[in-house]
Design a protein around this ligand. Structure first.
Ligand code: MG
Length: 443
């Protein structure tokens, strides 16, 4: 007997429910230092579901919606699944990362072990090294990153803990084929949360994607009112102390209204059979403060070209309905993978540097105090570094992931001192270094 394919809504719901459960697990570990093994049942259920017969051996899963069936590649979701499965023998590598890691926190021993004992026991740096492409260079990068971070958190001269501002995708989280289901693993959430709490005065995530529906607040495994601050739309919207703070300077109100109306129109066309899969293609549908970002093709080129073209036409047609005189909205072809519908802005173009300024203002902080570390992986993250360097040239630091030699040069020039820069090749290096420092220093 075959099981009917899963609907797109069920598929997303299933993953988001699991991510909420993952936040609870992270919260429990951050608070008590361990987890109750019973709480991890949902992960086991989700994993079993993701790997049932509706997913083929090459990780293509059939999804259906209103008469259309299409395959999506869920290899990344399976990799990242919070494998807390304690009783199932797991063959897959990536499951093992979290499985082995969280196992250390679910020990049902009589001894009252501290969080640090358990973190040491999990040997996260060793585990991540084991799964890296090249153990030797991974370990060397972790050593380098550890030294860089130790210098960052040293408060002897400044007397203040540092500010840590980071991009998300590509910097703290590996890229994934579907933005909407790129969920953060638990090991990442736990070491990031503890590092933030112990060693920084603020640890802020500044991403280009939205805050919600889905956005960074849905995709992270860190409790959202916990030790890490989150923002979306290049730092135009922040989640601070339990509320959404929006910086919409330069955006005409009519434009905001038009974006909202267009988003509703798109919800409609995404429910009309033919275009359903675009809710999950690449970027999916992301509603940001001043624009909508729409995925039109996957990195694997799985969407037929004519379907993609028809979708773009349908979007154009809806833009025309909402804004018949083209007063407020403009369609931009950003890349073969996505298009953006933006509000005409009245003034200068907002970048992530403005996002950093918005953060320190909303959080009553200053870039001039103590040390400031900016982490990123693309040229769009450089304005954050420039902003920090302008305000605090002597204590700015840069941690960049997998960047070209050319971008490295730019970064070194901005910081003005190679000893305050660190270049690594993947997010796991930073996670391993966080874990080492926590084990060494956090009491
Ligand atoms: Mg990035």
């Amino acid at each position: 007997m075959t099981i009917a394919s899963q609907s797109i809504e069920e598929f997303k719901e299933c993953l988001y429910q699991m991510q909420e459960a993952r936040k609870l697990v992270t919260k429990e570990i951050l608070t008590t230092g361990h987890i109750n093994a019973e709480k991890v049942q949902i992960f086991k259920n989700t994993l079993e579901k993701m790997r049932d017969e509706r997913t083929s051996k090459n990780h293509i899963r059939d999804i259906h919606s209103r008469g259309t069936t299409f395959g999506i590649n869920i290899q990344d979701e399976i990799k990242g699944l919070q494998v807390v499965i304690l009783s199932v023998a797991i063959k897959n590598f990536y499951f093992q990362k979290d499985h082995e890691f969280l196992d250390a926190f679910a020990l049902e021993s009589e001894k009252e072990e501290s969080f640090n004992d358990r973190l040491k026991l999990s040997d996260l740096p060793g585990l991540l090294s084991k799964f890296s492409k090249d153990r030797e260079s991974f370990d060397a990068e972790v050593m380098k990153c550890r030294a860089f971070l130790l210098d960052l958190i040293d408060t002897q001269v400044t007397g203040k803990k540092p500010l840590f501002i980071t991009d998300w995708d590509g910097t703290m989280k590996d890229y994934c084929s579907q933005y909407a289901t790129n969920l953060q693993p638990a090991y990442s959430a736990i070491v990031m949360g503890v590092f933030a709490r112990h060693f920084t005065r603020a640890f802020a995530v500044l991403t280009a994607g939205p805050l919600r529906h889905p956005g960074i607040l849905d995709l992270t495994a860190i409790p959202i009112d916990g030790p890490v601050l989150f923002s979306g739309s290049w730092g135009r919207e922040w989640w601070i102390h339990g509320r959404r703070v929006v910086h919409d300077d330069g955006i005409p109100e009519e434009g905001t209204v038009a974006i909202g109306q267009l988003y509703e129109q798109l919800e409609e066309i995404l429910h009309e059979g033919e275009f359903v899969q675009f809710a999950l293609v690449g970027s999916g549908v992301q509603k940001k403060v001043d624009r909508l970002t729409l995925g039109v093709q996957t990195v694997f080129g799985q969407v037929p070209e004519d379907l993609s073209a028809r979708y773009i036409d349908a979007v154009r047609e809806r833009i025309h309905r909402v804004d018949p005189n083209s007063q407020y909205l403009v369609l931009e072809n950003c890349s073969p993978l996505e298009i953006e519908v933006c509000v005409h802005s009245s003034g200068a173009v907002w970048n992530k540097g403005d996002g950093v300024a918005a953060l320190v203002e909303s959080n009553n902080d200053s870039l001039k105090i103590g040390k400031v570390c900016v982490a990123g992986d693309t040229a769009s993250d450089v304005p954050m570094l420039q902003k920090a360097a302008e305000e605090n040239p002597d204590e700015v630091r840069a941690l960049f992931v997998n960047v070209s030699m050319e971008l490295q040069k730019t970064i070194v020039n901005i910081v003005g001192d190679t000893s305050r820069t660190c270049f690594i090749s993947c997010p796991d290096v930073a996670h391993a270094a966080f874990a080492q420092i926590i084990c060494e220093l956090a009491a």
